[in-house]
Design a protein around this ligand. Structure first.
Ligand code: NDP
Ligand code: OXD
Length: 313
């Protein structure tokens, strides 16, 4: 039997490599032939145009090009078929690298050394052991757990906060609304790896940051956000940096992306900016499992990494 076609629908980047790799095994189109194109059985998407998926009668599953699926839910015509999100070792490793890189830079006083170098200053600051520093990971899912494991291996104390109770060896876990303040109170470096949902929107406020430990081995609290920009209030972060609630921040994501050139974040001396690049989806690693899942579904097997629509992630 002829395999159905894949609709590859993205905005914001050139999907050529995705197209080439998907086309090695299946017929791929960038647009349906009509609003009700019956030949399309799968959609591979990143910020697809609204309603493009709404009426495809034979659509069996939607594959998100990213680990986060908030981009899909902006579509009022999102059909009720399973949504598969990215869970891939390659992406997880990139995120672990980003988190470890940023935690170590704050812990080892990267900003201080950069300033010293500018001024040709040969001075050795006090070096605190990692076990004096508590890293709190908000969002202890696939990415958060991998980062937690790498940080514990480096000797950091690690706390994790999630929606449900999911214990992890070597990590002090908290969950739900009741666990949030105790989690923050025990955290020096806050790493945000939450999905953006109606429950997490704007969660990183000034008031939340006030609960972090400030009298700590680092000489202040630090924020690292590699989840989504809409989890945070940019203005609140700036306020917290300016009044000492936060010592420093590493931000990969922002309320508005690309970060507007007028944003004070760009030139803030306490902010380290990356352009939503903590863990980029690499088609060479992500297309093969997508194609395998399509084959598996057609053999009558269950899809993996299906989004919980009620929870929004
Ligand atoms: P997972 O779905 O595996 O994990 C999400 C975690 O967040 C879980 O621990 C979940 O809790 C927790 N969570 C969700 N909602 C709430 C809530 N309301 N309150 C408390 N905790 C909550 O996702 P991943 O780890 O794979 O990815 C996380 C996010 O990282 C993505 O959604 C995406 O936004 C972002 N990302 C960013 C990238 C970048 O380059 N900057 C790249 C890739 C992803 P529970 O364990 O109880 O389910
Ligand atoms: C993702 C991302 O969600 O790149 O995968 O942000």
């Amino acid at each position: 039997m002829e395999k159905g076609r894949i609709l590859l629908s993205v905005t914001g980047f050139n999907p050529q490599r995705w197209h080439e790799l998907l086309s090695e095994k299946r017929n791929v189109v960038l647009k349906p032939d009509s609003a009700t194109d019956p030949s399309i059985t799968y959609a591979v998407v990143w910020k697809q145009p609204p309603n493009i998926l709404a009426k495809l009668p034979n659509l069996r599953a939607i594959f998100s090009i990213g680990a986060g699926v908030d981009h899909l839910f902006n579509d009022p015509g999102l059909p009720d078929v399973p949504i598969v999100r990215v869970v891939a070792e390659n992406l997880t490793r990139h995120m672990t690298e980003y988190v470890v890189w940023r935690v170590l830079d704050h812990h080892r006083q990267g900003a201080l050394y950069r300033a010293q170098q500018q001024n040709k200053l040969w001075q050795e600051p006090l070096q605190r052991p990692a076990e004096d520093v508590s890293v709190g990971i908000m969002g202890l899912g696939h990415l958060g757990r991998a980062a937690a494991q790498a940080l514990t291996a480096l000797g950091f104390r690690v706390n994790g906060w999630g929606r449900t109770d999911r214990p992890m060896e070597g990590v002090t876990t908290f969950h739900g609304e009741r666990g949030l303040i105790p989690f923050l109170n025990a955290t020096d470096i806050l790493v945000v790896l939450l999905p953006y949902t109606s429950a997490t929107e704007g969660i990183v406020t000034y008031d939340l940051l006030r609960n972090l430990r400030r009298r700590n081995a680092l000489g202040g609290a630090v924020l690292i956000n590699a989840g989504r920009g809409k989890l945070q209030k940019d203005a609140d972060i700036l306020r917290a940096l300016d009044d000492g609630t936060l010592k420093e921040a590493s931000l990969d994501v922002f309320e508005v992306e690309p970060l507007p050139t007028a944003s004070p974040m760009w030139s803030h001396p306490k902010v380290f900016v990356t352009p939503h690049a903590a863990a980029t989806s690499d088609p060479a690693h992500l297309v093969p499992p997508m194609l395998r899942q399509m084959d598996a579904l057609e053999r009558g097997e269950k899809l993996e990494n299906v989004v919980n629509r009620a929870a929004g992630y």
